[in-house]
Design a protein around this ligand. Sequence first.
Ligand code: FAD
Ligand code: PYC
Length: 417
Amino acid sequence: MANRYSFWSLLRHGLKHHQSWQPAWKSPRPKDRYDVIIVGGGGHGLAAAYYLAREHGVKNIAVLEKGWLGSGNSARNTTIIRSNYLWDESAFLFEHSLKLWEGLSQDLNFNVLFSQRGVMNVGHTLQDMRDIERRVNANLLNGVDAVILTPRQIKERVPLIDIGPGARYPVMGASFQPRGGVARHDAVVWGFARAASDLGVDLIEQCEVHDFIVENGCIKGVNTSQGPILAERVGCSASGHNSVLAATAGIRLPLESHPLQALVSESLKPALDTVVMSNAVHAYISQSDKGEFVIGAGIDGYVGYGQRGSPHVIEHTLSAIVEMFPTLSRVRMNRQWGGIVDVTPDANPIIGKTRVKGLYFNCGWGTGGFKATPGAGHLFAHTIAHDAPHPINAPFSIERFLTGRLVDEHGASAVAH
Ligand code: FAD
Ligand code: PYC
């Protein structure tokens, strides 16, 4: 199996300079006042700052991060990228992002190791297969690449999988998105950080936002662990903590924060060159460039802010993985961790304005926001720059929870909620 990363990937992307891990950026002391403040130095916040500076010419921007850049979900996820969502609104949203992924390494001049090795969603029951057929047809109508695979075609692509008649979770078929894949998560953070910094954005680490300063219904700034910082426009992209921050401006967001867990195995020789997901068994798996199997679970049922989860959830995931890939039963697991994802009632994000003038939220990405990183940043920047949503994120305003125009993607979120 060809290694799709490293030297060849560097050559293909045609980078102008040799890439050194990890790049440098400025982390200055905050100024008293900025034109725009972004709260949260994950991939989404950094991408929003980058596109605000590059596409909208905003000069005086700060990203405030309570820990270090990428210390949240951006570097805790299983890096699956795809756009095979059921409903038109979500398909357009995630396809917008996938298109940006396709040029991102060149755009940032930083190799984010985007590898389009395909994403497979396996069906185990007749109802799974009906849902898969419906989704593939919807994808094709929306210009999103998608095919249905038979069990034999799955086995050809994934020799490790058990499609035999005795399988505990019978493999009846799958949807496959060839343009889907994975990327290196911390490289995405570093790439956006360096590019934003080069455009003059201040990236301020160890700066926790405690609350918003609101006067007469308008945002005036934020109170932080480094003192008050003023701005007439503030975009909040603090995954897992958005509802707590919103409450300080008197806004109640329809979000629940849950742990979501993942783990990686010891490094093995290349044995899996695509991404396999199964919504029914609550597990997904790929193999990283370092040879580790990267495995993720469904969300923990309880709410909380601890970045770890319950053993029984990850045990269930591993038992499902071993049922589907019996040869992995003797592989040792190296590391396990959790992140806090904020989930909306329709498993789709909120990107938009609030009733406080100048205060915007990009939140509720739940289990699926890594794939959205460039797209979310791009659309959030547009929303902040124009004080109005881009047509692609207009359906994802907070108002939909009042009007009832939900866009329910629990099925295509592909992670158990
Ligand atoms: P984050 O990276 O969490 O950034 C938010 C930042 O805000 C953090 O750095 C945090 O420290 C900071 N912050 C919080 N509060 C404050 C404050 N008060 N002041 C200042 N800063 C603050 N998505 C996919 O598409 N594919 C996947 O395969 C996938 N797998 C996942 C697996 C796991 C285990 C987890 C946990 C998530 C997964 N996700 C996946 C979801 C994805 O990781 C997130 O949706 C995405 O990374 C969110 O990016 P972000 O930049 O909004 O958040
Ligand atoms: O949204 O594709 C996804 C995903 C996979 C694992 C976690 N989220």
